[in-house]
Design a protein around this ligand. Structure first.
Ligand SMILES: [Zn+2]
Length: 156
């Protein structure tokens, strides 16, 4: 990182902290040559992550695609946009934490299903019924039962 005051390349990080609820890190730096201090923000970039689709084609990771899926599933449900964004943030962080450059759309879908399950029953069912492409009504009923069980546990 170049010093913005004297152009020296010798700068030290003296403090790093995560910006709350955002995928960015704020760093205080000090120039070894002129001693001046400045701040930089480092953003987590998941743009370089490739998503492998079911037909084996690849495309760049796009957080808006995930967000749109959530918005669609949560239509007319009492879920705020903030909570939807928070899910995408969480997923981005988790994908990043894997340290991988490639992830399958299946893995992303599985992650999203789990998040929606915790978020809202209707949103979950809407997404899961399309995503899992339930083969039979019995399969769908089994999932419903599972869900009822878990909500019962929660309300106790
Ligand atoms: Zn300097």
């Amino acid at each position: 990182m170049k010093c913005p005051f004297c152009g020296s390349n010798d700068t030290d990080v003296i403090d790093s902290r995560e910006v709350e609820d955002r995928n960015s890190i704020r760093r205080r730096r000090e120039c070894e040559d002129c001693g001046k201090r400045f701040t930089t923000y480092e953003h987590i970039d998941v743009g370089d992550i490739t998503v492998i689709k079911r037909d084996n084609t690849r495309q760049s990771f796009d957080r808006n695609k995930i967000l749109n899926g959530i918005i669609k599933a949560c239509e007319r449900r009492p879920v705020s946009r903030d909570r939807m964004e928070a899910i995408v943030d969480k997923m981005e962080r988790r994908i990043r934490a894997k340290g991988t450059k490639e992830i399958s759309s299946r893995q992303i879908g599985d992650m999203l299903v789990k998040e929606l399950f915790k978020l809202d029953p209707v949103a979950y069912i809407r997404f899961a019924s399309v995503y899992n492409d339930f083969k039979s009504p019995a399969e769908f009923t089994a999932v419903l039962k599972l869900f009822k069980k878990s909500t019962k546990r929660k309300s106790r």
